[in-house]
Write a new protein. Structure first.
Length: 216
């Protein structure tokens, strides 16, 4: 029997094997096949028309099978096909194929996809536009947790100034995450910057203030 968390959303047309595990807040879209032994962690998204083979493990915040990042994409029903025994780590992203190619993104067996693979993009103006758009969008977010996640993205892309501004936005919104800052390797490159130390200190101060208010 599948172990599907009560908060997960599985489309009625999805075909899920009996021993699959689907974690909290994960989404499995229409016309998806999830093979035997697959484990989907929390906050995983499996886009429409994706086929997962057997024993794949997908870690939190990974996205598999969403529409392609291609300006020529016009809504075609393209697909994603994943083989067996693959591992997709945190924030790994695989998009569906495009009609201009063969219409399917196909991955074989027994592969490891490290986290943040979305960022395998060419340097230069395209990447600059990407970082600028991420910062513009998420500096004004009402959800400071999203600002933190986007800070991780811009850090991986090599934009420390954008990363620091997004982290400050997260802390200003009371997303108190200095423990995550201390252990997340994606922020290693900015830990010696004075502004980073100030952001971390403010996060600690706010957490202490919050806990003091809750004390009996």
């Amino acid at each position: 029997m599948s172990a599907i968390h009560a908060t997960a959303i599985v489309d009625a047309s999805a075909r899920v094997a009996e021993d699959v595990t689907i974690g909290p807040y994960s989404i499995v879209g229409p016309d998806v096949t999830v093979g035997a032994g697959c484990v989907l962690g929390p906050h995983v998204v499996i886009g429409a028309r994706t086929r997962l083979g057997k024993r794949n493990r997908i870690f939190q915040f990974a996205s598999i099978g969403e529409i392609p990042q291609d300006r020529k994409y016009g809504g075609e029903a393209t697909t994603t096909t994943i083989g067996d025994d693959n591992t997709f780590r945190e924030y790994a992203t695989v998009h569906a194929g495009t009609a201009q190619d063969r219409g399917d993104t196909a991955i074989g067996n027994a592969n490891l996809f490290p986290g943040y693979r979305l960022l395998d993009m060419p340097p230069g103006s395209e990447r600059d536009r990407f970082a600028a758009e991420m910062e513009r969008k998420w500096l004004n977010t009402t959800d400071p947790e999203n600002a933190y996640y986007m800070a991780a993205v811009t850090a991986m892309a090599g934009y420390p100034d954008s990363t620091l501004r997004l982290l400050k936005r997260a802390v200003d919104g009371n997303y108190l995450m200095h423990e995550s800052l201390d252990r997340d390797p994606v922020f290693e490159s900015i830990r010696r910057i004075p502004e980073y130390a100030a952001i971390r200190a403010e996060s600690i101060r706010r957490q202490k203030e919050f806990l003091a208010k809750r004390a009996p």
